[in-house]
Design a protein around this ligand. Structure first.
Ligand SMILES: Nc1ncnc2c1ncn2[C@@H]1O[C@H](COP(=O)(O)OP(=O)(O)OP(=O)(O)O)[C@@H](O)[C@H]1O
Length: 240
């Protein structure tokens, strides 16, 4: 596996709660990894630490191609990101990562196409160009004809597909999804996770997904089980 993102010895404590107590994890190119575990086991914290949203107390997060300012080049072309300044880290999150959350992530006053275009506009693309690029994602995600709808006029499944388009529009290297089907019924969940895994793989990105649902996790190539802030086990599927 060609590792593009890794966490080494990750520790995170909130007050007296030990959310992560020494996690090692590697994400490969075009990998799809489901993070599972009981409530409170540290799944979301692990995703947030890997995505540069939460800084670990100990350990390192490494990303491919991230230049390390120290004299010695990082092993395997990975460079440390957990110690970057806030501005650099947020620029990196915007340009190299895509995010899909459970729900409520779309701006209600913007039409779907502008919601998808938003990350490009934040990167400085002119509105017209950003919307043009955003529209390209509607057909592959089964959203044709819904470009002008506002989030309130979309079903839960359609809104999640718009969120997937928004995550992929920047052509990220890693897509992070935290319970992306948590607010959907079972049939819609299956459709959404199929589109998420397929579109992410087609785009060339890796997927890191937190879910408590084994049927949803089974759409990923690998499943990592977390218990009490530790990696409990890895399961690998050859067919996914
Ligand atoms: N910002 C925070 N402040 C205080 N405690 C936190 C914070 N974030 C997480 N925790 C605590 O850290 C532990 C791990 O939380 P985390 O959200 O990572 O678990 P999880 O496995 O994703 O849980 P769930 O499945 O319920 O979402 C929990 O005990 C939680 O209460």
């Amino acid at each position: 596996m060609n590792t593009i993102l890794a966490g080494h010895g990750l520790v995170k404590t909130f007050g007296t709660t030990h959310a992560l107590v020494g996690v090692d994890i590697a994400v490969g190119e075009r990998d799809s990894l489901a993070i599972m575990g009981p409530s409170g086991s540290g799944k979301s914290t692990l995703l947030h630490v890997l995505a540069g949203i939460v800084r670990p107390d100990e350990g390192q997060v490494l990303l491919r191609g991230e230049r390390d300012e120290r004299a010695v080049p990082p092993p395997g072309g990975l460079g440390r990101i957990d110690d970057l300044g806030e501005n650099r880290l947020s620029a990196l999150r915007r340009s190299r990562f895509g995010f899909v959350f459970q729900s409520g992530q779309l701006l209600p006053e913007l039409p779907a196409e502008e919601n998808v275009a938003l990350p490009l506009m934040l990167e400085g693309a002119p509105r017209r160009e950003a919307v043009r690029r955003a529209r390209r994602w509607f057909a592959p995600l089964g959203l044709e004809g819904l470009e002008k709808r506002r989030p309130g006029q979309l079903s839960g499944g359609q809104a999640q597909r718009v969120a997937i388009a928004r995550a992929l529009v920047v052509e990220p290297e890693v897509v992070f999804a935290d319970e992306p089907t948590g607010a959907l019924d079972q049939t819609t969940s299956t459709e959404v996770v199929q589109l998420l895994t397929f579109a992410t793989r087609e785009s060339g990105a890796a997927l890191v997904m937190v879910t408590h649902d084994p049927d949803i996790a089974a759409h990923c190539a690998r499943i990592l089980q977390v218990r009490d802030g530790r990696v409990h086990s890895y399961e690998q599927f050859t067919t996914a």
